[in-house]
Design a protein around this ligand. Structure first.
Ligand code: HSE
Length: 329
């Protein structure tokens, strides 16, 4: 199966590393683009050579070529769209994904922007064209929560989704709670360790978690909701005193996303939880609790971010497309 990768940040590099280390998966790289260059070869490109070139020159391919050239070439079966997220417009990823789906190519993405902006439209386009749109990597990093909802738990009615959906906030809250750091100190640490985004506003104001909640709600219930429908409170106003008060009751505080059409609920906010609660997890972990009619409560927990962890979700999507749609070439 031929793969074109658009975007060569942490996630794109993780995908190329896995493609290089696991040739037995039968995923052949035929196109790769970053923001200033591109490389297309229908015969196949060695992923490690791309990574070395990127490291040495900060470009993955020829200057003057771009993502558009790869899309025009059609020399791929699946587009892996891993350019940076733009939560306001979804661009440029939205254009890339529309183009790929519209010309009959499967799409796998970790990019939350296009899903937040146009989930229903993109699903319809994929259906019309008879191709797949897969986005496991948009929510919960390595955790296979979209697969759980759309495959493992298919046949269940979902009552609610509750989760810790942002690793940066969870790290900050854990450090404030465990070490008594102030919010500012914990945030500085998260940034230094590379957990927080370059602009951490999306993390700490709850926007990143809200986008992920929108993606989960639309996957579960096909509600067609957007970021504007979510009631959002971040952790940027939280004090060490609030955590101390919670600790006095043997509780702590976590940023929790909750969705339940039955209860008219679509909310991201800090919540006081008993320390024994399954969503009280440490550091950059994420967790999602699904309440269902047949399976009861199912909680999935794992690494919510990271280059190789997110690549794991993308590879899972690629192989599920290969098994369902495409004969190995
Ligand atoms: N900034 C995000 C987080 C990265 O901290 O969870 C993964 O989407």
């Amino acid at each position: 199966m031929r793969i074109a990768v658009l975007g060569l940040g942490a996630v794109g590099k993780g995908v190329l590393r896995v493609l290089g280390e696991k040739p037995e998966l039968g995923l052949v790289l035929t196109g790769v683009a970053d923001s200033t260059s591109a490389w297309i070869d229908p015969a196949g490109i060695d992923p490690q050579t791309v990574l070395d070139r990127k490291c040495e020159t900060n470009r993955c391919g020829s200057e003057g070529r771009s993502a558009a050239d790869i899309l025009d070439s059609g020399a791929y079966d699946v587009l892996v769209e891993v350019t940076p997220t733009n939560a306001a417009t979804g661009e440029p990823a939205l254009t890339h994904i529309r183009r790929a789906l519209g010309t009959g190519h499967h799409v796998v993405t970790s990019n939350k922007g296009p899903l937040a902006a146009a989930h229903t439209e993109l699903e319809e386009l994929a259906r019309e064209q008879g191709v797949a749109l897969r986005y496991e990597a948009t929510v919960g990093g390595a955790i296979p929560v979209i697969h759980a909802i759309t495959r493992g738990l298919i046949g269940n009615k979902f009552h609610s989704i509750t989760g810790v959906l942002n690793g940066t906030c969870n790290y900050i809250l854990t450090r404030m709670d465990d070490e008594g750091l102030t919010y500012e100190q914990a945030l500085a640490e998260a940034r230094q360790l590379g957990y927080a985004e370059a602009d951490p506003t999306y993390d700490v104001r709850g926007i990143d978690a809200a986008i992920k909640l929108v993606i989960l709600a639309n996957t579960c219930w096909n509600l067609g909701v957007t970021l504007d429908d979510v009631s959002i409170t971040g952790i940027d106003g939280l004090t060490v005193d609030a955590l101390r008060l919670a600790a006095d009751q043997d509780c702590t505080i976590r940023l929790i996303g909750e969705a339940s059409p039955e209860r008219g609920l679509l909310r991201v906010a800090p919540r006081v939880l008993p320390r024994s609660h399954p969503l009280v997890i440490e550091g950059t972990l994420n967790a999602v609790m699904l309440s269902t009619d047949l399976a009861g409560e199912v909680t999935l927990m794992g690494r919510g971010a990271g280059s190789i962890e997110t690549a794991s979700a993308i590879i899972g999507d690629l192989l599920s497309i290969r098994d369902r749609f495409v004969e190995c070439r």
